[in-house]
Ligand binder design. Structure first.
Ligand code: G3P
Ligand code: CA
Length: 241
């Protein structure tokens, strides 16, 4: 799964990074992050502040859509992407349009973005993409809200914690997938996840040796990666040997 689009070769969470992930057949799914603009529009962006990945400064939540659209979200990565805009969730849904599964991470923290869940779900429903999207969050209350509004859209709980806590929280929100931090994954954790019967997503794996370590635990997992090409190059090399 391409993390923030194919963010190793194009600026993260932009239409360019998502287009590249769509075009590459070896990429199975795409992950993006969303927040709300000051005027309440779901927009695709990772950090809470604008400074690292745009020519703007300050908190995203204090800017309107028009202000955010005027920023350059590409030059920081490479001049060839100069003028790249921050996309809205609606633009990404129109682009992806069910071609690949889209994992939409709600960057919700408590009540930081009031209405983020409902607005996201309304857009997914407007485009009829309920079966092609999964709602992700670290914030399990946010996923509880999603479950109440849209039980039909799958949920992915992002976790760093223990398998015991995990099973409890996964069952509480009837998650179809869990997304685990790669460094915390060991055989015990994998066995517990397999017993729980949920799809297993592992983030963020760019190092082929790390992918081999996790694969050796013997479960089917979906790796989230900034550089998925580094993982399949290794796979090809192993097959040749
Ligand atoms: O999907 C989980 C992963 O994307 C969480 O980390 O910081 O890249 O959103 P982050
Ligand atoms: Ca994310």
């Amino acid at each position: 799964m391409a993390h923030r689009g194919w963010s190793g070769i194009a600026p993260e969470n932009t239409l360019s990074s998502i287009k590249l992930a769509l075009e590459e057949p070896k990429i199975h799914a795409i992950e993006i992050d969303i927040q709300l603009t000051k005027d309440g529009v779901p927009i695709v962006f990772h950090d809470k502040i604008l400074d690292r990945t745009t020519n703007g400064t300050g908190a995203l939540k204090n800017k309107t859509l028009a202000e955010l659209k005027a920023l350059d979200a590409g030059s920081w990565f490479d001049e060839q992407f100069a003028g790249e805009e921050i996309p809205t969730l609606e633009e990404v849904l129109q682009l992806v349009n069910g071609q690949k599964p889209l994992y939409i991470e709600l960057k919700q923290v408590g009540d930081l973005y009031l209405g983020l869940e409902l607005k996201t779900i309304e857009l997914i429903r407007r485009y009829g993409l309920e079966d092609q999207c999964s709602l992700i969050s670290f914030d399990h209350k946010s996923l509880q809200t999603c479950m109440k509004i849209a039980p039909e859209i799958s949920r992915t709980l992002v976790m760093m914690g223990s398998p015991l806590l995990l099973a409890e929280q996964v069952n509480e929100i009837q998650a179809t997938s869990v997304s685990m931090y790669a460094e915390y994954i060991d055989q015990l954790m994998i066995d517990s996840l397999v017993r729980n019967g949920t799809e297993i997503v592992i983030w963020t794996v760019d190092d082929p040796a790390e992918a081999d370590r996790i694969a050796s635990y013997g479960a089917d997992v979906l790796f989230t990666s900034n550089r998925p090409d580094q993982l399949w190059t290794r796979e090809a090399a192993m097959v040749q040997v």
